[in-house]
Structure formats: structure tokens, C-alpha cells
Design a protein around this ligand. Structure first.
Ligand SMILES: [Zn+2]
Length: 171
């Protein structure tokens, strides 16, 4: 297992739609292990493969620090098959550092996908798990929290990044 580098906004891979996994081979299994270690290493509750530079439809989640009834979960080719309700939730993202934004989400979602063993699974999620699943599925569709906030907020964040970059460039 290895801790991988987490790509940060505005890396172009984060804007791309990830490709479906057609075969769960050794490479995909290793990717899942590395993603698990990377997510825990960064203290995140979810991670999508594109965040570590691999544009495939794989997500890992573990929201147990916020809701102990859940545990580690892997979903390959996840797809939301039903959704219900609406909720505003303040979210952060490992790829968008120092940014916490209120994002509109569905309150409950039902997601289907494949387990690492290739079994079809269906997850009925509410609360923080529902939000995390939608956040990670956004990632594999090339969508970031910055795409879900107002243009003004996006510009404020971009300007903050520019300022920080200028500071770093000064000797
Ligand atoms: Zn994220």
C-alpha cells in the first residue's frame, strides 16, 4: 500500500469525467488499497480515484468519524438510482484546501455499484453518508464543490489561491 499525492484544484484531471471500470483486476485492487491509505492519511471521509490522478470510476468512503454506524465502503462504477429531499450542507474537499462551502444536496440517495469482489451492491444512504456519496460521485463526473457555489464565491477562492501563489514566489 502507498499514500498517493492528492491532486489540488485547478488540476485538469479533476475537471474530467472518469471512465468506468470494466474489469476489477489487480491494478484496480491495488488502486483501492492505495486510495484507502491515502484517504485515512489525509484524514478525509471520502476519496475518488481521480483525486489521486487515476480517472476511473472508483470511490472509497468512511464516514465513521462523523457517524459510527458506518464503516469503510468501496464503490466501483457508482450510480445514483433514486434520490429524495434537499439539504444544505457545509462541505470541504481534500482537493480544494481551505475551502468550506454550503452545498445543496439530496437528503437521501440510493446508490448502486460494484464491490471490490465484483458483486452488485445497493446502498441506501442518508445523513452524512448520503452527502459524502454525492460529493465523491461529483468527483468522478468532474465536478468540484467550487462548481456548486456561486460565481462570486468561486472567484473569491481563485483570488485567494493567486495571492498565496504570489507569496510563495517571493524570495
Ligand atoms: Zn472532494
Amino acid at each position: 500500500m502507498a499514500v498517493l499525492e492528492i491532486l489540488k484544484y485547478p488540476h485538469p484531471i479533476l475537471k474530467k469525467r472518469s471512465q468506468a471500470v470494466s474489469q476489477i483486476d489487480e491494478e484496480v485492487k491495488k488502486l483501492i488499497q492505495d486510495m484507502k491509505e491515502t484517504m485515512y492519511g489525509a484524514g478525509g471521509v471520502g476519496l475518488a480515484a481521480c483525486q489521486v490522478g487515476v480517472p476511473r470510476r472508483v470511490i472509497v468512503l468512511d464516514v465513521s468519524p462523523m457517524d459510527p454506524q458506518h464503516s469503510f465502503l468501496v464503490l466501483i462504477n457508482p450510480e445514483i438510482i433514486s434520490e429524495e429531499g434537499e439539504i444544505d450542507h457545509e462541505e470541504g474537499c481534500l482537493s480544494v484546501p481551505d475551502c468550506l462551502e454550503k452545498v445543496k444536496r439530496r437528503e437521501k440517495v440510493c446508490v448502486k455499484g460494484l464491490s471490490p469482489k465484483g458483486m452488485e451492491i445497493e446502498v441506501k444512504a442518508d445523513g452524512i453518508l448520503a452527502i459524502a456519496v454525492q460529493h465523491e460521485i461529483d468527483h468522478i463526473n468532474g465536478v468540484l464543490i467550487l462548481d456548486r457555489v456561486s460565481r462570486l464565491k468561486r472567484e473569491i477562492y481563485r483570488n485567494k489561491l493567486k495571492k498565496e501563489k504570489r507569496k510563495e514566489e517571493k524570495p
